[in-house]
Design a protein around this ligand. Sequence first.
Ligand SMILES: [Zn+2]
Length: 125
Amino acid sequence: MFYIGCAGLAVFAAVWPAFLKTAPMLVTGCRFLAVTGLYCPACGGTRALNALLHGHVIASLKLNPAVVYGAAIFVWFMLSQTAERLSRHKLKIGMRYRNLYVYVGLAVLMGQWLVKNIIKIAAAM
Ligand SMILES: [Zn+2]
């Protein structure tokens, strides 16, 4: 998992700037939103990630809190695993996989989806 995280980070650092340049041309908007008039669970994800990468944590939380949760878990995993490996496993602080992290992430994702749509529906009334 740690090496996959390192590889993912390298690919992300290489691809993200180019993605942001071409994204406006590629992205035509959310299909779920266009068909149903409601947000999908991932709506705001790209903008939330971009805001987070620019240090705007509150703005990122407002756009899609699941992005902040996922980023926090990823950063803690990578830092704790790096510290454990640098200490040659004398420090046993490396984050281990737990189903709870996935359940909390899904709860955040679905919770923010419900709240955003309830607010949208209430505003339309
Ligand atoms: Zn969407």
